[in-house]
Design a protein around this ligand. Sequence first.
Ligand code: F6R
Ligand code: MG
Ligand code: MG
Length: 362
Amino acid sequence: MDKITISVIKADIGGYVGHSSSHPNILTKAMQLLEGPKKKGTIVDFHVSNCGDDLELILTHRLGADAQEIHKMCWDIFIECTNLAKEMKLYGAGQDILSDAFSGNVKGMGPGVAEMTFEERKSEPVIVFAADKTSPGAWNMPLYKMFADPFNTIGLIIDPSMHEGFTFEVLDVFGNKKVKLNSPEDIYDLLLLIGASEHYIINSIHKKSGEIAATTSTQKVNLMAGRYVGKDDPVMIVRCQSGLPAVGEVLEPFAMPHMVAGWMRGSHWGPFMPVPVCDANPTRFDGPPRVIALGFQVTNGTLIGPRDMFADPSYDLARQQANEIANYIRRHGPFEPQRLPLADMEYTTFPKVMAKLKDKFK
Ligand code: F6R
Ligand code: MG
Ligand code: MG
């Protein structure tokens, strides 16, 4: 059997209400538009979801990553959904559709993309993560914990098929270059980079045999457009079990609601709250940032699932802690560390204010 590709392609094509969620009619529209390609055989299977105001298209197919036919199909779906969003006057309709013309690949055009191609194993458990009100650097800490931290993943110590570690590919967002670093050998170098999660972002993780284990979306919508057009709310795909972290090891990092950049106006630090899909509607100060986890068994390319992995009372404490942290840090108002440093804010009046104050500085 040919290798299977999972493509998770997402865009904010309009919010309901404000930037807080997606309208059900938009999700229905996307599902209807994917039925044709499934019948035709272009894709094997699909699942449509949303995290906040982001529409997530989860697809399986045999055309490989970066396939023009798949990217064009998703682009056209985003355009049709944007048209509906415009009719309904949903908020920020088409916010991630930055260009009017499709140029072969949705990367660099606004939508976020995570894709991986592999030979399906005897059993293939996969988790698709999607986030809202944050940026791709939000995956750095959880990915490090899953694949390099024995305090999270005991398999690194006691499973002979994981003991040799993994290779991390890290993207320098500003330099637009990638570097490969191994764990456990290079972890100090790795942590130096990925600890600066708005600058260095984990792009993919492989087993040392070369087998793909995890991949993230690393588009920087705000930078690409040269102006604020919406935080590039990220997605990620992680394969689990049998020589890779177990499902429970993949989910464990989210029991600690770590601080991520985003939240209100993409300009604040906030706790990353793991939620079931029904609760992925950030409202308090447009947040706090949310993450959902959709679990699938991929079977001959069919997406059996999803299981809503954070619909589990064992994440109640993380949610409660996230609310407590949110409450505390919110009281800093416009002061750091609630507000991001000047250079990282997605909204700013800084140049204008400085121009106005220029002659007043003595
Ligand atoms: C953050 C986000 C929202 C908006 C905020 C202001 O990623 O989407 O917090 O930045 O609601 O939105 P506008 O500028 O559209 O009024
Ligand atoms: Mg939005
Ligand atoms: Mg969003």
